[in-house]
Write a protein that binds this ligand. Structure first.
Ligand SMILES: *[C@@H]1O[C@H](CO)[C@@H](O)[C@H](O)[C@H]1NC(C)=O
Length: 180
């Protein structure tokens, strides 16, 4: 087989391998976390969803996480007006971020691993992110943002296929250096 044809075939096979998974819930996560499991329930995201950092040893003095959280929300709503009416009980009100190390200097091999869970029960109902470093938390916020979308009919932010349990580890030790 010619090299180009072999490459095309392997790309097609790679596409087929991930295709069914992505089509099932039409959510493409990028970069694809190491492990993803989800359910079938639709949640709504509160208009003024907040971020908390209960349990973190990281203080976010430079507002790295707070700014990223706001950017993530802006990206979801794209300046559309989100309806303030809560449709019922399945409303996510908060994302709690636990960062275990206080440092925020990007060093070689920064640990970008994280866990992200979006449960369907709890009062208040909140998503939980656990990460070793702020860089892992940034990755997790980006992934969380990919789960959410603005629905033009309901004019609410929705999140499908909950509950979610997502785990990620850096696959390449140099990935941290490629960011920014
Ligand atoms: C993610 O959860 C697993 C299992 O509870 C734990 O062993 C691991 O340390 C967690 N990873 C992070 C980055 O919090």
């Amino acid at each position: 087989m010619a090299p180009a044809a072999a490459l095309a075939l392997s790309l097609l096979l790679a596409f087929l391998a991930i295709g069914p998974c992505a089509a099932a819930d039409s959510i493409d996560l990028w970069p694809m976390p190491q492990s993803v499991s989800h359910g079938t329930q639709k949640l709504y995201v509160k208009k003024d969803i907040t971020m908390s950092m209960v349990g973190s040893t990281y203080s976010d003095e430079k507002s790295i996480l707070k700014d990223a959280f706001q950017r993530m929300l802006d990206l979801i709503t794209l300046n559309h007006v989100v309806d303030g009416i809560d449709p019922g009980s399945s409303v996510l009100t908060c994302v709690n971020v636990v960062v275990r190390t206080p440092e925020d200097e990007l060093s070689f091999g920064a640990d970008e691993s994280y866990n992200l869970t979006v449960p369907t029960t709890g009062d208040p109902l909140y998503a939980q992110i656990q990460a070793q470093t702020v860089f892992g938390a940034l990755q997790a916020l980006q992934t969380f943002g990919q789960l959410c979308y603005f629905d033009f009919t309901s004019r609410l932010i929705e999140l499908n296929s909950a509950p979610w349990i997502i785990t990620d580890r850096p696959r390449f030790p140099y990935r941290g250096l490629l960011i920014g």
